[in-house]
Design a protein around this ligand. Sequence first.
Ligand code: 26V
Length: 811
Amino acid sequence: MVLTTQSFEEQLTEKLRSLRGTGVEEASEKDMYYAVASIVQEQLSASWQDTRKHYDKREERQMYYISMEFLIGRLMENNLQNCGLLDTCTTTLKKLGFEPELVYGQEHDAGLGNGGLGRLAACFLDSVASLRYAGHGSGIRYRYGLFEQRIIHGNQVELPDYWLKEEYPWETRRADESLTIHFGGQVIPHKRSDGSLEFSYYDTDEVQAVPYDVPVAGYQNDVVNTLRLWSAELAPENTDILADAEGKYYHHLDHMHSVEQISGFLYPDDSSYEGKELRLKQQYFLVSATIQNIIRDHKTRCTKSLKNMHEKTVIQINDTHPSLAVPELMRLLMDEEGFSWDDAWNITTKTIAYTNHTTLSEALEKWPVSMMENLLPRIFMIINEINERFCLGIYYDKPAFRDLIPRVAVIADDQVHMARLAIVGSFSINGVAKLHTEILKRSEMNDFYRIFPEKFNNKTNGITHRRWLLQVNPGLSSLITDAIGRGWVEQPSKLSTLVRYSNDSPFLDKIADVKKENKKALADLIRKRTGITVNENSIFDVQIKRLHEYKRQLMNIFHVIYLYNELKDNPMMDMTPRTFIFAAKAAPGYYMAKEIIKLIHHVASIVNNDAAVGDRLKVIFLENYNVSLAEKIIPAAELSEQISTASKEASGTGNMKMMMNGALTIGTMDGANIEINDFVGRDNIFIFGLSSEQVHDYYANGGYNAKDMYHADDRIRRILDQLYGGEFGSQEIEFKDIFYNIMYNNDPYFVLKDFDSYIDAHELAESRYRNHRQWQQMSTINIAHSGKFSSDRTIHEYASEIWRLSPVPKA
Ligand code: 26V
């Protein structure tokens, strides 16, 4: 149903009255927010039901994306846009005297993810629905999302993110579809009459998984898929044993609390893996609920028998976090559905596909055998058998690979290796950018690649251009549409026709005007949040991402110190003013990352307050980086810092978002930067630094000495000395651990090694910026090629090469 502005206004008035007990005149922005959300949710509900029925009727093959993280951010504008109501709503709100941005801004970000991996899952859901694929997300409804970051005296402080404090209007609780998850207890085998084994469980702890459904609307196509988020509750049968004795009652409350903890909070450390039992509980909780749900769905949608499950279902697991899907599907098929091992294995390994998102060894998940055995005894038995059969299979059927067995065994050194489990149990393993996949094949997972070469493939990441261009940058979007028509919205590859405009002066001027407007808006936000006025004509140089040593925010701040030193030595130096914008959360326990945040603030306090520098150099750190903040920074970015140590950043997706908004990349040949470079060409990107081969070679064979760099390069020595005892240190604050890490730990991320070429790249960027026309040309070429990084392209590839899905025809 299409709503006119008039009927929209009528509905708003009615919603305000019925839901909030107020009229337009007295309504607050919050009232308005809930009234609008309710209209939108109603619009979506009808299509949601229709979509479900349509899939059921066609017995559609479905994809389930299991992920511990979905970093969806706010949904209001997205949902308005996708159901074609954004303009109507914005106009109506303005007419009624409301600032639309303030109304939409009432929504608390759903921060159910750490960073790249979680945001990717959210972009994927948008593309799946928009391209009419039958695919759904399954995740955890954490009561606390990623912590809120505050900076106090330059230090990061974490506050809990209680995002459900106020009602979340997009979710629907479906208690009727709850499922039971079992933990712990004993497993007892019994012999069936045919001699096969049956297993029963005793003394298990039972937890209810209660689903909350969030609609995932496709772009103006009436498709509404589902993101199902599971919440942990005490099973009802356990709640009515209201005990007589007081002690029992308290015990009961304690128990309830520990059960609810399972969906209590999102683990905020995406940099190093810790074998915490609660995290393992979360993983099994998610996986068991999802797989039980899939089986129930299959039985209602298709046949009662699960024999053809792999024809009707495909499961994509987002990193190894949900890799217990392999033994859980085996368990359900064998223990609940009566399949033999071989039949169950055949179905499982034709159903599950696995995406790898990192090669950093610190992040590889391994669980102690004893923990797994106690918490999930039956699952552990199955993993054991998977391991034995796999190793025996190699020994007898692939004798050439016998030597590999100790390195590929799923259980080794008293630990369960989750990546190995995921590889053995799935039919597809993909990396997230060309280089990343090559590294998996050639080194990290080479043993497995030799055994199963056919399983490995690449799917370069993407981002949804509907949120990251159409929604966040209306100015640029209408400029593009005026030039090339609206086709790019449905087919982002059409953006490439913009290349024609890279010599069109009036167009280039308009590109510059839009950027100027967006920079002005960001400058306002910076002033509001930090009190600092930045020069709106300066280069907006942006690095926004999780804080991690390999991402090298340290190298960026060293460059700032270098420029500051230059300015101090030569106050009349001719330089284009720069505003360095940082935003980053550090994992709460990541000491070095927190030191780097402190250093950025310390440098900012000196540089920003030096009258001799004026507005030629400003350092801004925006606290609490999240999806909503990214939406405000990205349209205003001019230089996009993608400066990871080559080979370490699997893909990066912020690089794509900024390119799509006309920023130029300064970056290493790492992750998807390589593919950005391939498309835009060397002249339209600033590449510097060691290659991944060189990095690999230094790690393998040595030959790099950070101290030599310190002694040989005056600029570097000066900066390092300033950290420790010099201008950027003081009585109270010194950065000696950063200094030591570089000097005595031999600069593990090659900050010093890449520094010289980084400065050169910046100088080249500055000289290009001085030629305004040339910069706008380069910017236009970047936008034109960004269509390749739409997640629509990525999802088409997953659908045709892994999921074997076709778009569902309209009803
Ligand atoms: C790891 C861990 C370790 C245990 C505790 C919680 C936790 C949470 C997340 C992670 C995953 C880190 C992997 C990750 O986020 N990789 C990023 O994936 C992006 C999407 O593919 C990619 O663009 C980034 O380059 C990659 O770093």
